[in-house]
Ligand binder design. Structure first.
Ligand SMILES: *[C@@H]1O[C@H](CO)[C@@H](O)[C@H](O)[C@H]1NC(C)=O
Ligand SMILES: *[C@@H]1O[C@H](CO)[C@@H](O)[C@H](O)[C@H]1NC(C)=O
Length: 316
């Protein structure tokens, strides 16, 4: 077991000049006040600044648990990150009670809008789906490995993956992300925030999080991409998206979404199912790290280990 440290405070303190602050009135005008009523990504206020730049504005609801500290965390750290699979944070607005985040504009909405909408599922053929899985993994690798300091996202889910014009995925919504110190591998929190269904058992039940809890969420997203079904909590257990023991019995076609099942890619689809299952194993140490996931995705005839039974969480 890796050493666990307790750290509930962000290592960053707010310095007003460290990142771009937008004026409330400018954002309100640009987006026609749309963000004032909506907080979900689909309906984030979209607009154009006077200089012509297109933006998406997300208002943090007062009811949400995201506080000032988390907002600062997001803006300070993430305005410095650049990767093709991450949505750019352009700045924020803090005036009175208002907390707004300004992101680059992504016209094609979030992954869940495609995955679970029968009229849109067809847009994502297998190749596109594979490309999305690889892209999300590369964005996550950047957060875990290539960015300094290391960042754990903590709220990866289909609705936080935005698609660009070419359907390339970009990870967004860093409001719950935790910035780790150089020698820090895992942490613990008493305030579990995130989305049930995507959270690893250790995080959901005990507040432990690390790279491997993000990997767990990644595995759930893979399963949703492959099955075309939303992970849900029904029937007391999670992760019943892809029964892990059926695959080897040649049930491939019945497990994946028929709208994109393509015999030519059967082997690749089987591999992705397997990778998804490896990511959602109960014990963090059994799960691969993200570089491993990318290696498995991109290596032909990669020899993958057997997955143990996926995590099971009793409903609380
Ligand atoms: C992406 O968005 C653009 C602009 O709204 C639209 O023209 C295009 O059809 C969308 N692409 C897909 C694949 O939905
Ligand atoms: C990722 O996992 C692989 C295989 O278990 C291991 O060799 C590698 O050192 C790990 N990478 C990091 C940076 O921990």
């Amino acid at each position: 077991m890796e050493p666990v440290t307790t750290k509930n405070e962000s290592p960053y303190t707010f310095k007003p000049n460290e990142f771009p602050l937008f004026e409330f009135l400018v954002l309100a005008k640009a987006t026609d006040h749309f963000f004032l009523t909506e907080t979900s990504w689909d309906k984030a206020g979209l607009g154009k600044l006077p200089e012509g730049q297109e933006i998406a504005v997300k208002r943090l609801s007062r009811a949400s648990r995201q506080g000032l500290e988390e907002l600062m965390n997001e803006v300070v750290v993430f305005s410095k990150l650049q990767h093709r699979n991450l949505v750019r944070v352009l700045g924020c607005c803090i005036e009175g009670e208002e907390r707004l985040l300004v992101y680059e504009y992504m016209p094609n909405k979030s992954l869940d809008a495609y995955l679970f909408d029968p009229s849109k599922q067809k847009i994502l053929d297998w190749k596109t789906r594979f490309n999305i899985m690889e892209g999300i993994s590369r964005g996550l690798l950047y957060l875990h490995r290539d960015s300094s300091p290391k960042i754990i996202h903590r709220d990866l889910k289909a609705s936080n993956i935005l698609l660009d014009d070419n359907l390339n995925p970009k990870i967004s919504d860093f409001g719950l992300a935790r910035v780790f110190e150089a020698n820090e591998d895992a942490a613990e929190t008493r305030r579990v925030v995130g989305t049930y269904g995507y959270m690893s058992p250790g995080y959901a039940m005990e507040g432990y999080f690390s790279e491997k809890s993000d990997v767990f969420s990644l595995g759930v997203i893979f399963q949703e991409i492959i099955s075309g079904r939303r992970n849900s909590y029904k029937e007391e257990n999670i992760l019943n998206l892809l029964p892990y023991n059926l695959w080897n019995d040649g049930e491939a076609a019945s497990l994946v979404n028929p709208t994109f099942f393509d015999e030519c890619f059967e082997k690749e689809i089987a591999k992705c199912v397997q990778i998804g299952l490896l990511c959602v194993q109960e014990l963090p140490n059994d799960r691969p790290n993200v570089s491993n996931v990318i290696w498995m995705l991109t290596t032909e005839n990669a020899n993958l280990p057997e997955a143990k039974q996926p995590a099971f969480i009793a409903r609380r």
